[in-house]
Write a protein that binds this ligand. Structure first.
Ligand SMILES: [Zn+2]
Length: 292
């Protein structure tokens, strides 16, 4: 998208969001279209701005497509951007996973867009450069071509809503997720409820790390690592810590029941969510969007 076109879209979205907007104002442009159109990072000091699910990223860094022990997937999406903390974490985690777990290499899925923000498809979060999806498949023993990185299918480790597939799931998966949870900078890890159950059964007496590992549907093929806000950040909004305990309790039982998957009440259908506008994000996200 041309810079002038982008500026016009931003102006239109501010005008329409303001109380002074004339009644015939153009429909405001959803923020995901603005952030989804930008191909390069904002040349600003690195900073996560706002919350994981409502914010943007200044000074984003791109994870190299290849490291000794990782390979980035789906390069065409241009979603391997993050805060320098996230890049450093992935480098460390990939090396440790190899050295301590024997994991041959990480396949790195979506991180953030060059300037973070909402995405056109998928993900409510991943907006401030501190979230990364890691495939549950180990890297193959060769460098994937760009074509393979687009087309290779991820393998589900899930057999049903409450059970992992024992033919795919291995103790190395459990050790990999436990390792990810061991870093102080990791705030939460999201896994499929059946994986959380498998980890609860596997953990034995060392259970403190399970606190960070939270069940969430939609994680059949990957797990999601979320880092804390960098200390001293004035722009990053931290998430409340998970409730105390290992989480292998009634909250997990709820996830393993049919309740999370219940069809919506037909008499009181939920309102369709309003598109998030630039004006809904922290104010400085407008500067992040327009920075050189
Ligand atoms: Zn994710």
């Amino acid at each position: 998208m041309k810079a002038s076109r982008l500026a016009a879209l931003i102006a239109a979205s501010w005008l329409a969001a303001s109380a002074l907007a004339p009644a015939h104002a153009e429909q405001p442009v959803p923020a995901k279209q603005l952030f989804g159109a930008v191909k390069a990072p904002a040349k600003l000091p690195p900073a996560p701005v706002g919350f994981y699910a409502k914010g943007c990223l200044a000074g984003g860094i791109q994870l190299p497509n290849d490291g000794t022990y990782w390979q980035s997937m789906r390069l065409s999406r241009n979603r391997h951007w993050g805060h320098p903390r996230l890049i450093a974490f992935l480098e460390t985690f990939a090396q440790d996973a190899h050295d301590k777990v024997g994991w041959p290499g990480l396949l790195v899925g979506d991180m953030s867009q060059p300037r973070g923000g909402p995405m056109l498809t998928g993900h409510a979060s991943h907006q401030i450069g501190l979230d990364a999806d890691i495939w549950l498949d180990p890297a193959p023993n060769h460098r994937l071509t760009a074509e393979e990185r687009e087309t290779l299918s991820a393998t589900s480790v899930i057999a049903s809503r409450s059970e992992i597939n024992p033919n795919i799931w291995s103790e190395d998966h459990a050790r990999l997720i436990k390792l990810a949870a061991s870093y102080s900078q990791v705030q939460r890890i999201f896994v499929h409820p059946a994986i959380k159950k498998a980890l609860c059964d596997w953990a034995g007496r060392d259970r403190a790390w399970l606190n960070k590992v939270r069940p969430m549907y939609g994680h059949n093929y990957h797990f999601h690592v979320r880092l804390r806000c960098p200390e001293g950040s004035t722009t990053c909004k931290d998430q409340a810590p998970p409730p105390p305990g290992d989480g292998c309790d009634e909250s997990l039982a709820w996830w393993l029941s049919d309740k999370p998957y219940a069809p919506p009440d037909k008499k009181h259908p939920p309102k369709p969510p309003k598109p998030v506008l630039l004006a809904d994000l922290p104010k400085s996200c407008a500067a992040v969007l327009t920075a050189p």
